[in-house]
Design a protein around this ligand. Structure first.
Ligand code: TYD
Ligand code: MG
Length: 429
């Protein structure tokens, strides 16, 4: 006899599950659009009724501003509410008038009592869309811990998710990203909600990026680009043009990387500076990219191509405050470093992309055609790329030149850096 724990013994009244086939006649769900296109696209083409969205980001980055704008737009078509647990009515009203949305029918409340929010969502006049700003200020009196603690944040979110699924309202939770500690950040809620969006950007820069890192109803890694202005967040319609607008021509260390963010190509400027160091361990400073990958690119350049960065400080910056995570930026970084080291400007009409392997080979990356098309659209004359694969149908015309390289060492000839690389070193150096 197998030992069945008592709790698992089959009860006569328990019915087995009713299964159905994969093909059904259920209508595709309608999506609600805010008309703020950058926001709608990041959500996968609009909001899905009954879904819960978490919007995380550093304090002061613009989450409340964005969601007030979104809620105000949506309120023109359906009942919407904005509950602030952080700011008073007067403060939110002041912001609304600054954003020019004070005449929209958005309903506003200042509260931290989760029970009343749940009661609102369960009532007859429940809003279709509600923003809870922020989840860290909310308080459920049946939970014996203070607002902002892991238990409290989790229980409040759980309640809101339950009621959203039941009533079909869309609930947006705002969560501040916090340093590790007793206070709970948005991370602990990521697995519970349907969609996780992060609002990023450098405080000193005007650009803000809304990025989907999880979406049960759409693609992830989709980004929306906004600009923070005196009148709130404005959509940036042509992000590539915006990110390369401030570029100086003919300076060394600057390279335009042809990236992909979500489903969209995005051109961004990578800047590098290589300067003599007075430190025993020279500095390696990166803003907007992964420092581990920078070390790898430097190591491959040194070990496989024979250049030396010894005794030099290295700075790498992604202009505009953007964060890039694609390995396709490797070749762009290598090009920027070599250009800075040699003091030779990289051809200003060329974009670059490609992944670098540890033996110095250049690997193909995804969506080459989309990257090239974006560059051509913005007036570039060519691209430094990985080798073409048979399936890639790529533009290579007299007005747009492809320069494909197989190994990193070929980049020297391309930029005209006439260093006689030491004999190729294999293994350790
Ligand atoms: P906020 O939305 O309060 O940030 P969060 O909710 O993420 O903490 O945004 C705060 C910053 O945005 C604040 O420093 C001022 C700036 N801001 C503008 O530059 N223009 C505007 O129109 C508004 C409303 C805010
Ligand atoms: Mg706020």
């Amino acid at each position: 006899m197998s030992q069945i724990p008592k709790g698992l013994k089959r009860d006569k009244s328990t019915k087995p599950l009713d299964f159905v086939g994969l093909k059904g006649s259920s209508e595709p769900t309608e999506r609600w659009k805010s008309q703020i296109q950058e926001f709608d696209r990041v959500c996968g083409g609009g909001l899905v009724p009954g879904s819960v969205i978490l919007v995380g980001g550093d304090p002061g980055i613009g989450k409340s501003t964005l969601l007030l704008q979104v809620a105000a737009q949506l309120s023109k078509g359906r009942p919407c509410a904005y509950v602030s647990g952080e700011e008073g009515i007067a403060q939110v009203r002041m912001r609304a008038s600054r954003l020019g949305v004070e005449t929209t029918p958005l309903q506003l409340s200042s509260s931290t009592d989760l029970r009343s929010i749940i009661a609102t969502l369960e009532s007859k006049e429940a809003p279709d869309f509600i923003v809870v700003d922020s989840i860290q200020t909310m308080y459920l009196d049946s939970v014996d811990s203070s607002p902002g603690t892991v238990t409290q944040v989790r229980c409040c979110a759980q309640e809101l998710i339950r009621v959203a699924k039941k009533t079909g309202s869309v609930v947006v939770l705002v969560g501040h990203v916090t340093k590790e500690g007793a206070i709970a950040g948005p991370r602990i809620l990521e697995h519970m909600v349907d969609t996780v969006l992060y609002f990023e950007g450098e405080r000193g820069h005007q650009f803000r990026i809304l990025r989907s890192v999880k979406n049960r109803f759409g693609p992830t890694d989709e980004i929306g680009v906004f600009e923070m202005t005196q009148l709130g967040l404005q959509e940036v319609e042509n992000p590539s043009a915006a990110f390369i607008a401030d570029r100086h021509d003919d300076v060394s260390g600057s390279v335009i990387f042809g990236g992909i963010e979500g489903t969209r190509p995005l051109l961004v400027e990578l800047q590098s500076l290589v300067a003599p160091s007075s430190l025993a361990t020279p500095r390696r400073t990166v803003i907007g990219w992964d420092s581990g990958r920078l070390s790898m690119v430097i190591a491959v350049l040194e070990a496989r191509c024979g250049v030396s960065f010894a005794g030099k400080d290295i700075y790498l910056n992604v202009a505009g405050g953007l964060k890039i995570s694609e390995p396709a930026a490797d070749l762009g970084v290598a090009a920027a470093l070599l250009s800075a080291l040699s003091n030779i400007p990289f051809p200003k009409d060329f974009i670059v992309f490609g992944e670098i392997g540890l033996v110095g080979e250049i690997r193909p990356v995804s969506q080459m055609a989309a990257r090239l098309k974006e560059a051509e659209k913005l007036g570039f004359k060519g691209a430094l790329t990985p080798p073409k694969r048979a399936k890639d149908a790529l533009v290579d015309s007299s007005s747009f030149k492809l320069h494909s390289i197989k190994t990193l060492i070929e980049i020297f000839e391309f930029i005209g850096y006439d260093v006689k690389p030491k004999e190729m070193v294999h293994g350790t150096y």
